[in-house]
Design a protein around this ligand. Structure first.
Ligand code: IPE
Ligand code: IPE
Ligand code: MG
Length: 238
């Protein structure tokens, strides 16, 4: 499809960046090499989303379950994240990307936490595309943290239990203020959500693709958007 014929992208695209390990294995490389290639793929896709005019890009980078991996692999991923954030801080004004972080950052190293805070603060006014990085993110964990925060506000007398509505609860989630993603893409061939955005994706369209994340290119995003446009979204109506 030519640039002219391209369908308008959804406002908010979420991606489960999966398949780095298998990509590396296929090449006889260590898993960390797969994560490095995955980080490159992320840069490419974030840039492409900006040129398409996508407003929000939410990416699953590290789950609450990913701590089960070897110390070496987890350390390698954290190093890549720190390097990416340093680079993003340096190129902030050139890239015009606004960063947010979803997940419980308290378990990350103090250095990484600081980089996340800095990236969030320094990019706050930038607007071409908002990237929501899911780091030590788990959907159930997000809901539990939100419930705790609401309970604390009830205990402090700010609200009563009866005040809670879906809209008010959403304000306590990491995604507060961000519209729900219309489209969720999972490369790598796995057909599951792995604890990604359970609250926000109840009416999202899911596109599962048989490509490993490091090989995922702009043409794959185009075909996911085309598939999204073929879906008939009814939201419970007829
Ligand atoms: C996704 O790739 C990256 C993270 C989960 C951090 P994987 O590392 O899960 O790759 P596969 O699924 O083993 O191929
Ligand atoms: C989901 O992928 C998490 C990220 C991509 C960060 P996993 O590879 O961890 O998910 P499972 O283990 O296949 O469900
Ligand atoms: Mg995986």
């Amino acid at each position: 499809m030519s640039q002219m014929e391209k369908l308008a992208p959804p406002r908010h695209i979420a991606i489960i960046m999966d398949g780095n390990g298998r990509w590396a294995k296929k090449r006889g490389l260590p898993r960390t090499a797969g994560h490095k290639a995955g980080a490159e793929s992320f840069r490419r896709i974030a840039n492409y989303c900006r040129t398409l005019g996508v407003e929000y890009l939410t990416v699953y980078a590290f789950s609450t379950e990913n701590w089960r991996r070897s110390e070496e692999e987890v350390g390698g991923i954290m190093k890549l994240l720190a390097a990416y954030l340093k680079e993003a801080l340096r190129d902030m004004y050139k890239n015009n990307v606004c960063f947010r972080f979803f997940g419980d950052l308290s378990r990350l190293s103090p250095e990484l936490q600081k980089l996340c805070r800095q990236a969030e603060e320094e990019s706050a006014g930038l607007s071409e595309v908002q990237v929501n990085f899911c780091l030590n993110y788990g959907g159930r964990d997000e809901i539990v943290r939100a419930a705790r925060a609401y309970a604390a506000d009830v205990a402090a007398g700010k609200y009563s239990a009866e005040d809670l509505s879906e809209g008010l609860f959403a304000c306590y989630l990491d995604s507060a203020g961000v519209p729900d993603p219309e489209l969720v893409i999972r490369p790598s061939g796995e057909l599951r959500t792995s604890n990604f955005l359970p609250w926000q994706t109840v009416y999202s369209e899911f596109v599962y693709m048989n490509v490993l994340w490091p090989d995922f290119g702009p043409e794959d995003l185009d075909s996911a958007i085309e598939e999204y446009h073929r879906r008939n979204r009814r939201f419970g109506g007829v």
